[in-house]
Write a protein that binds this ligand. Structure first.
Ligand SMILES: Nc1ncnc2c1ncn2[C@@H]1O[C@H](COP(=O)(O)OP(=O)(O)O)[C@@H](O)[C@H]1O
Ligand SMILES: CC(=O)OP(=O)(O)O
Ligand SMILES: [Mg+2]
Length: 599
């Protein structure tokens, strides 16, 4: 399918024409690439590139709207025909969009209503959609949202500590640049030769807008941007973090209205507010020529990024890779250097030669860390357009899996023991005894029990499941984790890196071991049932369970295809209670595929 993608950012318009294969995972080929930027004095720079032709020129397009209007003519000049679908970057999707959406009138009205949350971007995004509708009225138009990747960030990340009425009015953190962060994280994982699902990555997108994203085991944990793309880093014209007390102060001392303050935070702050120029190239040139304001701006910019990287490393309990992308992240070796100097304390060391000239010609995501650095440092070009094309193709091709009934099992808290843990708790040479088999073949509940002890409380008589495993794993509900007083992360079974410690007490002894998790909900399924239901291993799906006014759809349910599995979905007691269901129940795998997670 031939897809035209528009990416209207705050300071540039980028386009791409892509041919996507029919099947999921098929190669996407870029036919044409275009960029319009550096709008000033009623003109802008244009870069157009196809397989056998490349042109850079200045054009009299005064702003994004004028550049957008010129696109159909340029495509005709370059002989690009046969477009079958159009993809749009939409900066804000609010709570409604956790994936791509067909831009029908209702969806567009919903997006327009979000304009106050992204005033620099949404009008430009909608302008492009309107133009495309006028030029290509019969083609499907699909929006891909910056916020979607972050929509499942945990409540401790998304919540502002403000009055309930404000939160009910929609005040929450979202996060942006999700398409870019997701794309570069996948590239970095490939370059590192490890599954994305095993890595703790920090993606640093430094363009005109800029944000840092913590990507913990394949999922966005936090973006430095919040309700709007104003929070976080110093940007081209945006302030990033500022004390909210400034609003009252500025109003009282300078007599500024809220609208004026907001305007200046979006358009007159950041590099522009500090130096007069929003463009990092100008700022770097001025700083090198001795301009003290430009020097301060660069220091402050780098310092803020480094602070976020340190914070996110702490938030994830470590970091395996830092990724630089966006116009500044890709091109400014000195900015990367300033940011990374000072991160040696957690084992990150740059190779200065590689940093100076990352080999982007030969590698998609070259490493620039020094030999022996504990943290990988990667530079890669973000390809929001390509990622959008992929998502548009997947959205339009998406087969709806047949809504098939699936048995639901509610798992109570339980423990899987390693041989060492068993010996420590029950004595050397002790063997567990089977009380009753479970439905998953080869698994059983033991007669033996253990006690879990945390700083706040104790859970007694906790079931042990056999057989023994290589690592001890303790699965509790979120409510249990509060009874114990230990924060337990939601994890897939077996993914125990960096999990907290808990004390286990048995009849012959006690031990402190890591491995405390809240098990991520999942579907055990055998290959035959998976095929019949159109499900694949490591896919995330939605499942509707419960009935009546407690009916509930669980998003992000992981499919685990295993030979001989007894097909059923496992949820924990909190989830079972939330859906108002008891021990044996049936749900419906519904509403389509969400995504895949790395193994
Ligand atoms: N060689 C370079 N050195 C320093 N900064 C650069 C370089 N090339 C581009 N930039 C900066 O990248 C920023 C624009 O980033 P980009 O990702 O293209 O913007 P947008 O967020 O609008 O997509 C500008 O501040 C520009 O000065
Ligand atoms: C969300 C955002 O800031 O986007 P951009 O970098 O395109 O301005
Ligand atoms: Mg950008």
């Amino acid at each position: 399918m031939r897809i035209l993608v528009f990416n209207a950012g705050s300071s540039s318009l980028k386009i791409g024409v892509f041919d996507t294969g029919g099947e999921a995972g098929a190669q996407v080929v870029q036919r044409l690439k275009g960029g319009f930027g550096r709008f000033r004095d009623g003109g802008c720079t244009v870069h157009l590139q196809a397989a056998d032709r490349s042109e850079d020129f200045t054009a009299p397009y005064a702003d994004l709207a004028a550049a957008t209007a010129a696109v159909p003519g340029l495509l005709a000049d370059w002989g690009v025909t046969g477009i079958e679908a159009i993809g749009h970057r939409i900066v804000h999707g609010g709570e409604a969009h956790d994936g791509p959406a067909t831009l029908d009138p209702e969806t567009l009205a919903g997006i327009e209503a979000l304009t106050p949350l992204a005033p620099l971007h949404i009008p430009a995004n909608l302008n492009v959609v309107r133009l495309a509708r006028a030029v290509w009225p019969d083609l499907p138009q699909v929006g891909v949202f910056d916020t979607a990747f972050h929509l499942d960030n945990p409540p401790r990340v998304t919540t502002y500590a403000v009055p309930q009425a404000w939160r009910e009015a929609g005040l929450r953190r979202y996060g942006f640049h999700g398409t870019s962060h997701q794309y570069v994280a996948e590239r970095a994982a490939q370059a590192m030769g490890q599954p994305l699902g095993d890595l703790r990555l920090i993606s640093v997108h430094l363009g005109n807008g800029a944000s840092v994203c913590a990507i913990n085991l394949g999922q966005s944990l936090e973006s430095s941007m919040g309700l709007t793309p104003l929070e976080g880093l110093v940007m081209g014209t945006r302030s990033g973090d500022i004390d909210p007390g400034a609003f009252g102060y500025l109003q009282r001392e300078l007599g500024l209205s809220v609208a004026q303050i907001e305007h200046d935070l979006y358009y007159e702050s950041g590099l522009k507010g500090l130096t007069g120029s929003a463009d990092m190239r100008d700022v770097e040139d001025r700083a090198a020529a001795g301009d003290a304001q430009a020097q301060l701006a660069i220091n402050l910019y780098a310092y803020r990024v480094r602070k976020y990287i340190g914070g996110y490393a702490a938030a994830m309990g470590g970091v395996d890779g830092v990724i630089f992308t966006g116009g500044i992240g890709e091109n400014s070796a000195s900015m990367r250097r300033r940011i990374c100097d000072g991160l040696q304390f957690f084992g990150l060391r740059l190779d200065h030669d590689r940093n100076l000239a990352p080999d982007l010609d030969n590698y998609a995501a070259p490493h620039i860390q020094a030999y022996g650095s504990k943290v990988a440092v990667i530079v890669t070009e973000t390809a929001e357009q390509l990622q959008i094309a992929r998502e548009v193709a997947a959205h339009l091709a998406r087969p709806m899996p047949a809504a098939r009934p699936i048995p639901i099992a509610v798992s109570g808290r339980h423990v899987h023991l390693s041989a060492d843990s068993l010996a420590a708790l029950f004595g050397e040479g002790y063997q567990l005894t089977e009380a009753k088999p479970l439905r998953q073949p080869g698994n059983w509940v033991a007669n033996e029990r253990v006690t879990l002890v945390g700083p706040k409380g104790t859970l007694e008589n906790v079931a042990i499941l056999g057989p023994l495993r290589p690592r001890t794993q303790i699965e509790v509900s979120r409510t249990d984790s509060f009874t114990l007083g230990i924060e337990a992360p939601v994890r897939d079974s077996g993914h125990l890196e960096g999990t907290p410690e808990i004390r286990l007490v048995g009849p012959a002894g006690q031990l402190d071991t890591d491995g405390l998790i809240v098990a991520a909900r999942h579907i055990h399924i055998n290959p035959a049932d998976a095929e019949a239901m159109g499900l694949e291993d490591r896919q995330l799906v939605r499942v509707r369970i419960g009935t009546g006014d407690r009916a509930l759809t669980f998003a992000r349910t992981l499919v685990r295809v295993q030979p001989n599995a007894f097909t059923e979905m496992h949820i924990d007691t909190d989830e079972g209670n939330a859906a108002g269901i008891g021990r044996d129940f049936v749900g419906q795998v519904a509403a389509g595929v969400e995504a895949f997670v790395g193994g």
